[in-house]
Design a binder for this molecule. Structure first.
Ligand SMILES: [Zn+2]
Length: 100
């Protein structure tokens, strides 16, 4: 299986490490809702079809990638930098540091 890293180009699967399900949303760190944290840590879907996943190009540029892989055929239909997703989601609990 080849993964087409947006920075390095097509590379063998052995250069990548699976980082997890790309569909999960981490609860607010200040949350004490045990059910919410339990679901985040333990609950997984078992999709037969297109699955949103996070991979790291550990043997290359070390970038984290978000890709869509079909779990039945292993065909990858999209690959992008996971960091690009940060700019699309609001982060109400994060602060930007010393910059104002
Ligand atoms: Zn790469």
């Amino acid at each position: 299986m080849l993964i087409n890293c947006p920075y390095c180009g097509p590379r063998d699967l052995s250069e990548f490490s699976y980082q997890g399900d790309g569909n999960r949303t981490r609860p607010d760190p200040a949350s004490t809702d045990q059910a919410e944290w339990n679901a985040y840590v333990y609950d997984r879907t078992n999709i037969a079809g297109d699955h949103n996943e996070i991979w790291q190009h550990a043997g290359g540029c070390r970038a984290h990638l978000r890709l869509t892989r079909n779990t039945l055929t292993h065909k990858i239909t999209s690959v992008s930098f996971a960091r690009d997703e940060r700019h699309k989601k609001p982060h109400g609990h994060r602060r930007s540091g010393a910059h104002s």
